[in-house]
Design a protein around this ligand. Structure first.
Ligand SMILES: [Fe+2]
Length: 162
């Protein structure tokens, strides 16, 4: 993967890269159409395609493909921090906090456009949605490599009572 050589070099040897270091490493990558089409995957078990293209103890890099009108589950990334870049389309990034019952409550939402970055701090809970007719593609880097990530049921569905 020639396109990732500088990216890997930038992060190799850094045990706990900061979000800024992840961003700087992503900025070394030339995301050509060829690169994107080679690594893009269609949804399989998840509602979206996720292709992990590089993984070490310290780094996990993935290309996420959200087809039209799809979204991820509400989830966190455990104790990993993350940095992502939108390569195609745009994404609504919704951030949640967990209430006393450990249910996700929406805090904010932000539209992230093509060529814009967005970030995840440790244990941040979020969801990404593609509200458009066109696909959305993004590149994500996490450190350390994700382990112990969790998904959450939407609070509105989890508290249905009659
Ligand atoms: Fe995420």
């Amino acid at each position: 993967m020639k396109e990732l050589e500088d990216f890997m070099r930038a992060l190799n040897g850094i045990e706990n890269p900061t979000i800024q270091e992840l961003k700087s490493a992503i900025e070394t990558i030339d995301f050509t159409d060829d690169f994107i089409s080679t690594h893009l995957t269609e949804p399989n078990e998840l509602p979206y395609g996720r292709n992990i293209i590089w993984v070490t103890d310290h780094i996990q890099a993935a290309i996420i493909h959200l087809p039209a009108y799809t979204e991820t589950f509400i989830h966190d990334h455990g104790d990993s921090v993350g940095c992502a870049l939108v390569l195609e389309g745009n994404l609504m990034n919704t951030i949640y906090r967990l209430d006393d019952q450990h249910l996700p409550r929406e805090v904010s939402r932000c539209l992230v456009n093509r060529n814009d970055f967005f970030y995840a701090t440790k244990y941040q809970v979020h969801k990404m949605s593609n509200l458009n007719l066109e696909r959305a593609i993004s590149f994500h880097v996490y450190s350390p490599s994700i382990h112990g990530a969790r998904t959450y049921k939407p609070a509105s569905k989890a508290v249905l009572t009659t």
